[in-house]
Write a protein of this length. Sequence first.
Length: 367
Amino acid sequence: MSALRSLPPPPSDEARRQAALDAYAVVGSVPEQPYDDIVRLAVTLCGVPAAAISLIDHDRQWFKAQIGLDVRETARSEAICDRAIRQPDRMLVVEDLLQHPELPRPAMRVDGESLRFYAGVPLLSPDGEPLGVVCVLDNKPRALTDAQREGLEVLARQTQHLLELRRYAMEQRRLLTEREAFAQRLEDARADLQRRHDLLEHRATHDALTGLLNRSALAQLRDNAEAMRLLQQAPYTLMLLDVDHFKDVNDRHGHLLGDRALRAVADAVAASIREGDIAVRYGGEEFLILLPDTHLAQAAQVAERIRQRIAVAPLPFALTVSMGLAAGEPTRDWSEQVFDRADQALYRAKASGRNRVVVDDTPLHHG
């Protein structure tokens, strides 16, 4: 356990040894109480003024914890700890440094005086790679008792245990981060699939030009027993709207302005109805509006607002619409009768000059 007159060579695979040390991410870390406690115990156990946990980095030795020394790191070339890791299977004890010229003379001081005594136990990774040393130091020559040597070896094992706990905690944090990242990717993928599903569903049930519901959505509504049950709990009104002379609009102004006119109609409808009302682009220039829980008189006011909004739409030409309204009764199926009567009212609106709202108040026939 004494210093060797013929020094062992450096570790055969320095890159592998350095990689083992780097795996702990400990060099350059902040002071930690458990490591500080190790060096305090070492000083008390061995009766010396200085102790350190020295880690041998690329070209330096760095002290994870130290007591009684005037530096936090030194050049590796002057570190006796670098010589200690060359014989990783044993403790290196130098009772008097002046008697060993083969060893370097560290510039660091112990209580202001040159180093004379050194004893260090190598720290080994589970694969046997030497990482550093737990060492005690003095500015006077001395020897260690067997009990002190054994105690120093125990402190080295405890230090290695702390390092393994550190690496384990890092690995757990890494795994947790990966799991969280994976969970986030799954959530992002799920959200993306939901967005795609919603987009496809929207495209399947909405008119691409106006953004209103299309006939497919209306058919789904009619096939939805619960929706129809809720609709028929109170009087409702069905409204049909047709853009006046729309073929002339396309012929005179082109299809781009024709599309703009249809969007203006849709905007006027959307701005005039409630959240629970249903607006459908039923055909080319035909629109269907369903107003649940709405009497004809109320629906007529809504229709008039729509007509007036369209009349002042920001278009380079005048645009008018004709509208027909019919009432539906609660507790009855949404039969073709309601649609037919609204369609007849629309026909009368167009036949009587267009640009108007006609209400059909004929009672529904039972049976």
